[in-house]
Write a protein that binds this ligand. Structure first.
Ligand code: ADP
Ligand code: MG
Length: 427
């Protein structure tokens, strides 16, 4: 037990540590203050009163002007002023050096009889209600050495604790600290994935928007030209130009309605034929497909509709086809084959639909295959986001679908096959 008299702290009010602002920042990071009671912490105070034989036990956190109790047994209040706090006496930085040059390590503070202790004899909680005579507090110490508060026991009678009782109190305080660290870790993890998800969503929306804009731009341009031609052409040729312009307009409105339709479907699962989704994706990529001079073949043997989230599955298909297109691009004789068929999962025996997207592209190295689903992993430099397959994995999970990848490089039969099995029904 550390004797504060060695530091010359004769005040009755609790000392304020030197690095108090750092300590408070550490405390507030745990976001525990003013939260609802929780069984785990209530159990700790119940055990503490039992172990030490006291009527009162607290899980006390020392905030700027108050001490707040995450759990309390036998006291009936959630907070008291910091100035009168016993616990605040333990909240002295462990890095503090005493007058004799010793480093002060936070230890359990035991006050066997407050009336006999100069630091507490005038304390309002001692002279007045609830008439504290005995106090023992085991500090809650973070891994950085900050003391957040204590697990403490209080009695209105003077007391002596055995070494075992003090040891048990300290064990409880380590348990509370472990719980607080876990809470912090979970909160930070949630924050990280949230930030990542937001960034990824923005990227996907951005790509979709630019793909749509790109696809609409070409027909709009030819419409401008066709209408100009219609204007200057002799009367007899006009209707031909106008008819062509109408065709282009149809294509624009088709793209727009497709995009909107799948967008609206996003939050409700519905029975869908994947062929429709594939068709709309290919329509979206039409210009790119023409430029890549890739041959696309769709073999649709799906008879039973699939219950799925249309816009998600569309995004998945768009990414697989987009990747296949990237892979065959420039090869001149690229082939992409999309197949749909009713299937049964060999492992689970569940009925479903299998979608395969095969390309005759360059294939992937083993190193690439190992990292496919990592967010931001891309071999495409600025052209890729590396989010496509990462997003796809989330979509697969949502559908309890399983994806397999086969890829060959360098051989005569180079290329990649992505194969997805969707169970017919969710849940
Ligand atoms: P991005 O397409 O933005 O690069 P993805 O997550 O969709 O991100 O894909 C990650 C990486 O996986 C790609 O950069 C590429 O290296 C590899 N990849 C995916 N599909 C194929 C494919 N069909 N052929 C070759 N490589 C592929
Ligand atoms: Mg991609």
């Amino acid at each position: 037990m550390y004797d504060f008299r060695g530091l010359g702290l004769f005040m009755s009010s609790a000392p304020i540590p030197d690095d108090e602002e750092v300590r408070l920042r550490a405390l507030h990071r745990y976001a525990i203050l003013d939260t609802m009671p929780e069984q785990d912490y209530d159990d700790v105070t119940a055990l503490a009163t039992y172990i030490c034989g006291t009527p009162i036990a607290l899980v006390s956190l020392v905030d700027r002007g108050r001490q707040w109790f995450k759990a309390e047994t036998g006291l009936g209040v959630r907070e008291t002023a910091r100035a009168d706090s016993f616990c605040a006496h333990t909240v002295v930085s462990p890095a503090m050096v005493s007058a004799s040059g010793e480093v002060v390590v936070p230890q359990t503070l035991v006050v066997e009889d407050a009336l006999m202790d100069r630091r507490f004899a005038n304390n309002p909680l001692v002279i007045g209600d609830p008439g504290i005579r005995f106090y023992a507090g085991a500090p809650l110490v973070t891994s950085e050495g900050q003391v957040l508060g204590t697990v403490c026991v209080i009695d209105t009678e003077p007391r002596v604790l055995t070494r075992e009782q003090i040891g048990a109190l300290e064990a409880l305080s380590r348990q509370v600290m472990a719980r607080l660290e876990l809470r912090l870790k979970v909160a930070e993890e949630v924050k990280r994935t949230d930030a990542l998800r937001t960034a990824e969503k923005l990227a996907v929306v951005g790509r979709l928007a630019s793909a749509v804009a790109h696809e609409i731009n070409n027909p709009l341009q030819s419409m401008t030209n066709l209408l100009f031609m219609a204007e200057i052409a002799p009367e007899t040729e006009r209707s031909g130009y106008v008819a062509q312009a109408q065709e282009e307009l149809k294509r624009v409105s088709h793209i727009v309605t497709q995009t909107l339709r799948f967008h609206r479907q996003s939050d409700k699962a519905a029975a869908v034929r994947l062929g429709e989704i594939v068709e709309s994706v290919l329509l979206l990529f039409r210009t790119r497909l023409q430029h890549a001079s890739a041959l696309v073949e769709v073999v649709d043997r799906q008879a039973v509709p699939l219950v799925c989230y249309g816009s998600d599955v569309r995004q998945l298909v768009a990414n697989l086809v987009g990747n296949a297109l990237d892979a065959v691009n420039g090869s001149g004789d690229g082939r992409i084959k999309v197949r749909l068929r009713d299937a049964v999962d060999a492992r689970t025996g569940k009925a479903g639909v299998r979608l395969t997207v095969a390309d005759s592209g360059s294939g992937m190295s083993a190193a690439t295959q190992a990292r496919l689903f990592e967010p931001f992993f891309s071999t495409k430099g600025a052209r890729g986001t590396g989010l496509g397959l990462w997003v796809s994995r989330g979509i697969l999970e949502k559908h309890e679908a399983v994806m397999r990848v086969k890829s060959a490089q360098g051989t005569a039969r180079h290329g990649t096959v992505f194969s997805v099995f969707f169970p017919l029904h969710l849940g």
